[in-house]
Design a protein around this ligand. Structure first.
Ligand code: M6R
Length: 605
C-alpha cells in the first residue's frame, strides 16, 4: 500500500532508489517517482504506471545526486496519473515529500491552505504536507520545526520522508505506517536508507533500525537522530536474517511460482526446533503465558483469515472455544476480556484492519499474540507476544507459502494451548500427528515433483465460473483456492462448504462451470457426493483426491495428493490449487505477481 524509500550518502542515488522501488513494487504499482539533490535544486521525475515506465522516462536524462527519495503508489486519493504520482513538492520547490498512508483531515487542511493562496497540482491527500511545511517556513520556522508542526497538524496514518533543497538531510516521521532505517557501515562512509520495508534495501545492507509510532528522524551522512514527543530516543540497530538472494526470483519466472516451490523450505523454517520428542516447544511463550485463558479469537484478513479458520477448527477440536473474525468486522461481536486470547494472524504484520482489531482487543483487556512473518512489524511490537512463522520473505501479492506456514504455526500453538489450558485436551494421536507434520515438507516436495496442475489448468481455460468445495479443514482451503484463483486470474471463482451447495449455489452450476472438489481429509467422501450432485447438473468436476482414492466416474480429471494425516491433507490439496491458479493466470497472460488493483500490504482500513 505505497512504498517509500530514501537514500543518504549514496554514490548513485537514482540507481539505488530505483532498485529500492523495484523491491517495494509489491506494495503498489499505480505510479512511481523519485527526487534527488543534484546541486541545482531538487530534480523530480515521476510517471503513472509501473517502475519500468519511470525508468524508461528518465533513461535519456538521469539526474545525478547522493541524496534522494522515492515512491511507488497504490492510489487512494486521486487516480493513477503523472500529477498524482509522488514525490510532491512545495510551491517554492524547496522541499519534496513521499508519503505512505492516509491523511484523514486533508480536505480541511487543503481548504485552509488554498485560502492562503497555495496552489495544488494534484488530487492527493499527500500534497498538503509540502505546502504546510512551506507555510510554517514562511512564518520563520526552520525546516525541522516546520516539518514537525506540519506532522502535528495531520490526522491519520503516515510514513513520510522529506528532502530539503541544498542539504544532504532527509527528515522522516511515522504514525501507524511502517518505516525502517537501513545502516550500511561496511565502507569508509556510512550510508543510510529509509524504507517502508526491509527488502527495499536488503541488497545494500542487512542492518536495520525499526522506528516506532511518533518517531521523527533526521538522517544525514553524519548519522541519525531520532526523537519522539518526549525527547531524543535510541532505537537499536539489528541485523536481519533475510538476505537479498531470498528476496530475488531466482530461477523462477514469477515470485509466486518461486514461493509455491519453496514451501518445503519455508515450512521447515516454521517447524524447526519447535517439535521435540513428540511434543511442541514454543520458547516464545514462557510457562504461565496463557494462564486464565478461556477462549481464543483469531482475527485476520484474506488468506490469513483462511489460515485462521484452520487454526480455530483445530482449537475447537482440542476443547478450546475458538472463533475467527474478519478483522474489519471485529466490532462488538463477542464479549472480549482478560480471559480471551486474541491471535492476530497477518503475514505482513502491517494490515490496518488487523491492527485495529488487535488494538480494540487490547483496550478490552484481552491477551494478544501476533502470528506474523515479518520481524519487527507493527503487529509484533503491539501484541503481548509474537509467534513468527519464519517462512522467509514473500514478495508475490498472492500469499502462498505463508498460508502453509501460518496453518503449521497455528497447529503448534493449538498443541501448546491444549497442553496449557484447563479445558484443553492434547490429541490422542499427538506423536503420530506431529511426526506427519514434520514430514509435510517432504510430502510437498513429492507433490511438486509430479503435479499435473498445468495440464488440468489448460483443459479448464475459458469456463464461465470456477467453484471450490470442501468440508472440515478443506472448507477454508476451498475458500483460499477461490480467493487465489480470482485474485490472479480475474475469473469468477467462489469457495463453498460443500454441504452448502444444495442450499443455493447449485443454481449457479451449469455445464460451463468447473468445480474443484477437495476429497482429502476425514470428510472427503461426503464432498464427493456433493460433487456428484454438481456433475449431474453438467458441471465439469476436478477431484483433488488422496493417492489411493478411486474417484471412478465422478470426476473429469484428478489432482493427486500424497498420503498424510487426514487433518494435514488440506494443506497439500491447497498446493495443487495454488498451482492451478498460477497456470491459469499464466495461460491468460495475467500480471501474476502484481494483480490489478491489489497490493501486498494493505495499510489502509
Ligand atoms: O499481511 P496480511 O496477511 O495481513 O494480509 C492479509 C490479506 O491482505 C492478504 O492475505 C491478501 O488476501 C492476499 N493478497 C491473498 O493472496
Amino acid at each position: 500500500m505505497c512504498g517509500i524509500i530514501a537514500c543518504i550518502g549514496s554514490d548513485d542515488a537514482v540507481g539505488e532508489l530505483l532498485t529500492g522501488l523495484e523491491n517495494l513494487e509489491y506494495r503498489g504499482y499505480d505510479s512511481a517517482g523519485i527526487a534527488v539533490q543534484n546541486g541545482h535544486g531538487i530534480a523530480v521525475r515521476k510517471k503513472a504506471g509501473k517502475i519500468s515506465e519511470l525508468k524508461g522516462a528518465i533513461a535519456a536524462d538521469v539526474p545525478d545526486g547522493s541524496v534522494g527519495i522515492g515512491h511507488t503508489r497504490w492510489s487512494t486519493h486521486g487516480p493513477p496519473t503523472d500529477e498524482n504520482a509522488h514525490p510532491h513538492t512545495s510551491q517554492s520547490e524547496g522541499v519534496a515529500v513521499v508519503h505512505n498512508g492516509i491523511i484523514e483531515n486533508y480536505e480541511v487542511v487543503r481548504s485552509r491552505l488554498m485560502e492562503e493562496g497555495y496552489v495544488f497540482t494534484s488530487e492527493t491527500d499527500t500534497e498538503v504536507i509540502p505546502h504546510l511545511i512551506d507555510h510554517y517556513m514562511d512564518q520563520g520556522d526552520d525546516v525541522e520545526t516546520a516539518f514537525e508542526r506540519a506532522i502535528d497538524d495531520l490526522d491519520g496514518s503516515y510514513a513520510v520522508a522529506l528532502m530539503v533543497d541544498g542539504t544532504d538531510t532527509v527528515y522522516a516521521a511515522r504514525q501507524d505506517s511502517p518505516l525502517v532505517v537501513g545502516v550500511d557501515d561496511s565502507g569508509p562512509e556510512t550510508r543510510y536508507y529509509l524504507a517502508s520495508d526491509v527488502p527495499a534495501f536488503l541488497e545494500f545492507t542487512d542492518r536495520v533500525m525499526y522506528l516506532e509510532d511518533g518517531d521523527v528522524a533526521r538522517v544525514t551522512t553524519d548519522g541519525i537522530d531520532v526523537h519522539d514527543a518526549d525527547g531524543p530516543v535510541q532505537r537499536p540497530i539489528e541485523t536481519v536474517e533475510w538476505n537479498a538472494e531470498e528476496t530475488g526470483k531466482g530461477q523462477y519466472e514469477h515470485y509466486m511460482l518461486k514461493e509455491i516451490h519453496t514451501q518445503p523450505e519455508a515450512l521447515r523454517g516454521t517447524l524447526s526446533g519447535r517439535i521435540e520428542d513428540g511434543d511442541v516447544t514454543l520458547e516464545e511463550f514462557p510457562e504461565g503465558t496463557f494462564e486464565g485463558i478461556e477462549q481464543v479469537h483469531l482475527v485476520a484478513c484474506g488468506t490469513s483469515f483462511h489460515a485462521a479458520k484452520c487454526g480455530a477448527r483445530q482449537l475447537v477440536r482440542a476443547g478450546i472455544p475458538a472463533s475467527t473474525f474478519r478483522a474489519s468486522e471485529y466490532h462488538d461481536l463477542q464479549p472480549v476480556d482478560e480471559r480471551t486470547l486474541v491471535v492476530a494472524v497477518t503475514q505482513s504484520g502491517e494490515t490496518a484492519d488487523t491492527l485495529s482489531a488487535l488494538r480494540r482487543a487490547e483496550e478490552a483487556g484481552a491477551s494478544t499474540v501476533a502470528l506474523t512473518n515479518v520481524v519487527g512489524s507493527t503487529v509484533s511490537r503491539e501484541a503481548d507476544d509474537t509467534l513468527y512463522i519464519r517462512a522467509g520473505p514473500e514478495i508475490g501479492v498472492a500469499a502462498t507459502k505463508t498460508f502453509t506456514s501460518q496453518v503449521a504455526a497455528l497447529t503448534l500453538l493449538t498443541h501448546r494451548l491444549a497442553a496449557d489450558l484447563e479445558r484443553g485436551t492434547v490429541r490422542e494421536d499427538a506423536a503420530e500427528f506431529l511426526a506427519e507434520l514434520e514430514a509435510l515438507p517432504d510430502r510437498i516436495e513429492d507433490l511438486l515433483g509430479r503435479t499435473r496442475a498445468s495440464d488440468v489448468s489448460e483443459s479448464n481455460m475459458g469456463r464461465d465460473a470456477y467453484f471450490f468445495i470442501g468440508r472440515d479443514f478443506e472448507y477454508p482451503v476451498a475458500l483460499e483456492g477461490a480467493l487465489k484463483f480470482k485474485e490472479i486470474t480475474y475469473e469468477h471463482a467462489e469457495g463453498f462448504a460443500s454441504g452448502e451447495l444444495k442450499h443455493g449455489p447449485l443454481a449457479l452450476v451449469t455445464p460451463d462451470a468447473t468445480i474443484f472438489a477437495l476429497l482429502t481429509g476425514d470428510r472427503g467422501e461426503e464432498t464427493r457426493k456433493n460433487a456428484e450432485e454438481a456433475r449431474t447438473r453438467g458441471a465439469r468436476v476436478i477431484a483433488v483426491a488422496p493417492e489411493g482414492m478411486d474417484v471412478g466416474e465422478m470426476a473429469d480429471d484428478v489432482l493427486r495428493v500424497p498420503d498424510t494425516h487426514p487433518d494435514l491433507a488440506g494443506l497439500l490439496a491447497n498446493v495443487q490449487l495454488q498451482l492451478v491458479s498460477y497456470h491459469t493466470a499464466y495461460g491468460l497472460g495475467r500480471e501474476i505477481d502484481k494483480p490489478r488493483n491489489l497490493a501486498k500490504s494493505v495499510t489502509v482500513e
